[in-house]
Structures are given as C-alpha cells and as structure tokens.
Write a protein that binds this ligand. Structure first.
Ligand SMILES: Cc1cc2nc3c(=O)[nH]c(=O)nc-3n(C[C@H](O)[C@H](O)[C@H](O)COP(=O)(O)OP(=O)(O)OC[C@H]3O[C@@H](n4cnc5c(N)ncnc54)[C@H](O)[C@@H]3O)c2cc1C
Length: 501
C-alpha cells in the first residue's frame, strides 16, 4: 500500500493500516515528516510553525489505543487554563478559562452581567448540534444523499442544525453583546472560513474547545506528529522522505500504484493520498470521467484562507502573558472582505490592513534558550498565494518587499494594541502563504483545503473514497475537513473503508 505525503492525516492512516496488517510505504516529498505540523529551531529558540492548539485529544487517544499503547505514553499533553486571552477593539480584556463551567462567570465579569447567560444559551444549542452531527457526518464517509438522509432523521434535528443559517446569523440571534459576536465569528477561521458565509453548525467548534479543553503538547505540537510517525513505523510502515510522488497510476480503472519523481514505480493495490486534494486531482491523477465531478466540485468551492506567520525570537519575558493571545481589530468584516476578495475588496483579495493578531507563546523551556527569552508564533489571516497572473485568486506573496513590509505592519498593529515587542526582537522569521505552498504543496498555501463558505461546502469537499477504486483520501482537504482532530477522523474513516489485510 502506498501513502502519499506524511502530514498528520496520512501518518494516522499509515499507523492504522499498518496495524491492520497492510504493508505500508509512506512517501513524503519534504526532508522530514509532519507536513504543516512543522518546527523551526535556531539559537535555542524553537517554534511550532503550523498548529499551536490541540482540541479533541480523545481522537488521538483512540488512534493510539487502536494501534498499540496509550497516547499519554508517547506525548505529554497539557490542558491550558486560561484557554485564550482576548483583547477587543475597545480595549476590553477577556481571559477565557480552560474549564467550560467557569466560562459564563468570566464573561459576566469581563463584559457585564448577562453575557455569560447569552453564551451559555448558545453553547447549549451547540451541544445539541454536536450530538446530532458527530456520528452521521464527522465520523462517517461522505455519501451525498445518504449523508443528508442520516443528518435529517427528524424535523427537530434539522431545525436545531439549521443548515440554511450562517454562523454570523446564529450569533446575531443569540448574542446581544457585539464583543461576543466577534468572539464567535473567530471560530469560522478554524476551518479557514468567513463567518458571514460559513454554516451555523460551526458553533460546535467553540463548544468542543470549551467542553473538551484546549491542549498543548509539551516540547511543541510537532511531538504529536513525531509520535504518530513512530507508531506507524513500530507497526511496520516504512517512511521515505525526500520522495515526491509525481503520478498516481490508474490501470483498468483502478489505482495501481504511484510513480515517483525520477521515474521509479511502486506498485500497490491501494493508494492513500494525504496530499492536497486539489493538487491530487489536478496534477497527480490522469483526467478521466469519474474524476470530472470532483474537479467540478473543487472548482465551485472557495479555498480556505491562508496565514502570514512571524516567528519572533525575543529578549526578556512578558509579565502576565497567556499561552494564547488574540488581539481583535475594529472592523472584523474588513478582514474577511480582504482575505476572500469580497465586499469592498470584491475580486481583489489583499493583505489585511488591520488584522486580528494571534500570538502563541508557550511557557515551555523546550522553546527558548534561557529563562530570559521568549519564542512567539504570530499568525494573521491572509489571502492565499496566487502568482501575479491571477490577482482575483489571491495575492502574489513573492512580490519584492511585500513580506517584509507586511511583517513591519503586523508588529505595528501589535504595538498599537498593547503588545509592543519591537525593541526586544533578536530575530524574526517571516513565513508567507507562498512559503506554506512550497513547503507542503498545499495549493496557494490554503491551510484547510476548501473553506466551509456556503451551505453546500461540506458536501463539495472531496470524499475519502475517491471515484477511482483503490484510491482513498485523508487529510485536511478531504472529508470531514482540516485541523488536527478532523484529519484523525479522516484516517479512521479510510482505515474502516479499506479494512484488514
Ligand atoms: C499556520 C497554521 C496554523 C494551524 N493551526 C492549527 C491549530 O492550531 N490547530 C489545528 O488543529 N490545526 C491547525 N492547522 C491545520 C493543521 O496543521 C492541518 O490540518 C494538519 O496538520 C493536517 O494536515 P494534513 O493531514 O492535511 O497534511 P499536511 O500537513 O497538509 O501534509 C501534507 C503532506 O503531503 C506532502 N506531499 C504533498 N504532495 C506530495 C507529493 N506529490 N509527494 C509526496 N509528498 C507530498 C507534503 O509535503 C506534506 O508533508 C494549522 C495549519 C497552519 C499552516
């Protein structure tokens, strides 16, 4: 069996399939495994370059239990409290506790009496939505009509999930405080989406985060990728890095193996692709009738947003700094207009002038050279990368000077909002959407494949069983979507579809 790519979805699938008795070879074009779950180290500073937050660790406990020993023997998971420190545009600080029961009280204290009750009512609805959608949608293969039928078992379930409603619409109905609405809007970005077009069911994202906790992996989240890779190898999988797959071979209408850059052919009766689905269907597979519909669906979807990242090696320590900090702008809608090229930026996406800034600064000796230093991962939402000839599709992040100018802008925005670190910077590494595309081959540097923009988006996302028998998809650009928890589910679904050797 050949597995294309060594992102977390592919590694989880490799571990499960090897444990089921398959002879698995993982082929990764980069010099190391992990994909977006990357790590950058220099002068004693260390940074996760992709994910900084683990939610639903239970899904990784399930993976480890199904493939050998417990997750907790492999990584050191830490539940964060507080979960996030927010600062709204009016200067109001809000520290959200790591325990769901404490959240309403914290909201009342920060935003005024009544805020906690508004949020609790919304989270009660979100809990019901989670109960309705988890098994038939997230944990099952995507099968258009059958999936819809499973989701629409009763009229009251449909009314609860309200598939016609947007996340913004749901927030407006439940939350009177505009700061709470801003807080909710941000969860659309966990799937790379715009809250004004993403479905209301994304309200399950804050529910899951608060109910099951926000987690960190001591030593950096990369340890999770290393642990899943090690588990796959323990179960007999072979991992080949520096090995790009150039083509998925199809013979007699079935997957027959892969061809590597350089011409080597690896025959296999099952191919599992963890590469970006848009790249798989456009470049790796021969054009054919069965794949035409998937290409059409991909063309109809809005790609997810990308990210502009600063890795800041800082002198000194910041008193009272939380693990995660979010600094909101005045005009959140302007950010989504710029990122997706809609509204006032119709047809011309551009770097966000006054972006929301997210800072992840783990208090972990593994990330710093000494106790008088800090390593900050700073992320702002960004339009995906598009070379100069496609200005409507994104921004040419390789344009001379753009990355450095925009990095300065982000540092200024942070300073205006109370986090001025400009005189503490030892060095700063900038990573643009173009860098993300080069490193992980995700088209345009989209973080999560396709976004959830639009009521039909979840059904347009490529399914785990491709139309080519023997070819399966895992990872963030296939069902059920991106992010560490969901890609673990994609691996579980594919292992069930393939079955034991
Ligand atoms: C900046 C950033 C922040 C994020 N924050 C979070 C977060 O806080 N929490 C969270 O849950 N998620 C977060 N994510 C998303 C998360 O990183 C991904 O959803 C997750 O890592 C799973 O990725 P994947 O399985 O789709 O594979 P990817 O990580 O996309 O890996 C795909 C792999 O396939 C390889 N590949 C591609 N084409 C080929 C080919 N032809 N031949 C061989 N190899 C190939 C690539 O090199 C790559 O290693 C973030 C991502 C980024 C970039």
């Amino acid at each position: 069996m050949a597995v294309v790519g060594a992102g977390l979805g592919a590694l989880a699938a490799a571990a499960r399939l090897a444990a089921l008795g398959h002879a698995v070879t993982v082929l990764e074009q980069a010099p190391q495994v992990g994909g977006k779950l990357g790590w950058y180290a220099r002068d004693g500073h260390g940074f996760d370059t992709g994910p900084s937050l683990v939610t639903l660790p239970q899904l990784y406990r399930d993976l480890f239990a199904a493939t050998g020993g417990p997750l907790e023997d492999a990584v050191d998971l830490v539940r964060l409290d507080p979960a996030v420190a927010y600062r709204f545009a009016d200067g109001t600080p809000l520290s959200v506790p790591g325990d769901a029961a404490a959240v309403p009280g914290a909201l009342d204290a920060a935003l005024g009496t009544g805020a906690g009750a508004q949020w609790s009512a919304l989270m009660a609805r979100a809990g019901r939505m989670w109960g309705i959608t988890e098994q038939p949608f997230l944990r099952s293969p995507l099968a258009r009509a059958a999936t819809l039928a499973r989701l629409a078992r009763s009229g009251s379930d449909v009314a609860t999930v309200a598939p016609w409603r947007t996340l913004r619409g749901l927030g407006t109905a439940y939350l009177r405080d505009p700061r709470l609405r801003t807080l909710l809007d941000r969860y659309a970005t966990y799937s790379g989406s715009d809250p004004r077009r993403a479905p209301a069911v994304l309200v399950t994202v804050p529910y899951v985060e608060q109910h099951f906790g926000s987690w960190y992996v001591r030593g950096g989240l990369r340890r999770l990728g290393e642990a899943v890779a090690a588990r796959a190898v323990e179960r007999g999988a072979v991992a080949r890095t520096g090995t790009a797959v150039e083509r998925v071979l199809v013979e007699g209408g079935r997957a027959a193996g892969v061809q590597l850059a350089g011409g080597e052919v690896l025959r296999a009766d099952v191919v599992v692709s963890g590469a970006d689905a848009a790249a798989l269907y456009a470049d790796l597979l021969p054009a054919s009738r069965p794949t035409r519909r998937v290409r059409r669906d991909l063309a109809r979807s809005t790609p997810s947003l990308s990210g502009f990242v600063l890795l800041l090696a800082l002198r000194g320590r910041t008193p009272g700094l939380a693990h995660h900090t979010v600094l909101f702008p005045d005009d959140y809608d302007a950010e989504f207009d710029a990122v997706f090229g809609v509204g006032r930026h119709r047809g011309a996406p551009q770097p966000v002038a006054d972006p929301t800034v997210y800072v992840s600064a783990p208090d972990d000796p593994a990330t710093r050279p000494d106790d008088d230093s800090e390593s900050w991962f700073v992320l702002v939402n960004a339009p995906r990368h598009a070379a100069g000839h496609d200005p409507a599709g994104g921004v040419d992040w390789d344009a001379p000077g753009l990355a450095d100018r925009y990095a300065q802008r982000v540092l200024e925005v942070m300073a205006r909002r109370g986090l001025d670190v400009r005189d503490r910077v030892r060095w700063c590494v900038v990573r643009t959407p173009a860098d993300l595309e080069r490193d992980t081959r995700s088209v345009g540097g989209s973080i999560y494949g396709t976004s959830s923009n639009g009521a039909r988006a979840a059904f347009l996302r490529p399914g785990n069983a491709s139309p080519v028998p023997g070819l399966f998809l895992v990872g963030g650009s296939s069902h059920p979507g991106g992010g560490l928890p969901l890609v673990a589910l994609s691996a579980e679904i594919v292992a069930d579809l393939v079955g034991p050797a």
